[in-house]
Design a protein around this ligand. Structure first.
Ligand code: NAI
Length: 293
């Protein structure tokens, strides 16, 4: 029977979330997505109008189906956390039940359980500012949207994730996306985003322990190389990062989102039944270099 995957952070066909959805769909999973509330309308409209049809094509020629799209804002855990100005904002008022707790409840109502949880979202309002110029507010906002959002998602989805069998062959799996700026200096990846990724990686280890002992769920993170996604373009130096990687990485090619998607499908599958608490690099090997040549 096919597995069910919930992927948080899909709002177009350019990012890692979309590629992960495709790889999981190609492997037979049923796809549910969580889309940031302000991006929901345009995503649903574009999907309906066939704008993504070309990129929906799976290796067997069929089109990826998304069983359901849930509006989500992962910086709010429950309705009482939502400030009045957001509640009444017209981009939010048109949708309902988009806090993490409510989305988990809706998924439970609709699908009872899931097997795979993917966190493919990040946000740092001051990402273009150096850390020394980042405000407390900007730093905490980056941590809230990019790190705690994962703790919160796993916390709320864990009770509806199918627990692993004692053999571990049907082990549930959770993963997130991180970036090398957590452990090496990447000038320009500012606003506390480097700190947020460091927290995400540390949390991956602690959550692997807690979710593993509690429900035999594996928790890993993919440290991905640069991709020209909407979020990355907003940071402003993505083309330079891609050129740098092609010039300096052991594998001198552009990284495709599909390569990250395929790794996600592997990590979510029984083939990875002993892998948990890991940072898996999918970056053409760039992380291993100490000096570019
Ligand atoms: P993307 O723009 O496709 O994905 C980011 C998603 O996060 C968007 O769909 C956005 O709507 C959503 N989002 C932002 N704030 C949210 C919130 N509060 N609640 C719910 N959703 C929210 O971009 P990309 O680059 O594919 O990002 C996915 C993940 O990959 C992120 O964690 C990013 O840091 C990571 N990553 C990206 C790299 C790149 O070069 N693009 C490199 C390494 C990691």
């Amino acid at each position: 029977k096919g597995k069910k995957a919930f992927i948080a952070g899909v709002a177009d066909d350019n990012g890692y979330g979309w590629a992960i959805a495709k790889s999981l769909a190609a492997a037979g999973a049923e796809i549910l997505v969580g889309t940031w509330v302000p991006a929901l309308n345009i995503f649903e409209t574009s999907l309906r109008r066939g704008k993504f049809d070309e990129s929906r094509v799976l290796p067997d020629g069929s089109l990826m189906e998304i069983a359901k799209i849930y509006p989500l804002d992962a910086v709010y855990d429950s309705p009482q956390d939502v400030p009045e100005d957001v509640k009444t904002n017209k981009r939010y008022a048109g949708s309902s039940k988009w806090t993490v707790q409510e989305v988990a409840e809706s998924v439970k109502e609709d699908f009872v359980t899931i097997d795979i949880l993917v966190h493919s979202l990040a946000n740092g309002p001051e990402v273009s500012k150096p850390l020394l110029e980042t405000s407390r507010h900007g730093y905490l906002a980056a941590m809230s949207a990019s790190s705690y959002s994962y703790v919160s998602l796993l916390k709320h989805f864990l009770p509806i994730m199918n627990p692993g069998m004692p053999t571990f062959l049907l082990c549930g799996s959770s993963l997130s996306l991180t970036y090398i700026a957590s452990e090496r200096i990447i000038p320009g990846y500012g606003g506390g985003m480097s700190s947020a990724k460091a927290a995400l990686e540390s949390d991956t280890r602690v959550l692997a322990f807690e979710a593993g002992r509690k429900r035999r769920i594996r928790v890993n993170t993919i440290s991905a190389g640069p991709l020209r996604s909407r979020a990355a373009k907003a940071i402003g130096f993505i083309d330079m990062m891609i050129d740098y990687s092609i010039a300096n990485a052991p594998l001198q090619k552009e990284l495709s989102a599909e390569e990250v998607g395929n790794t996600a499908a592997f990590l979510a599958s029984p083939l990875a039944s002993a892998i948990t608490g890991a940072v898996v690099y999918v970056d053409n090997g760039l992380h291993a270099m100490g000096m570019g040549v």
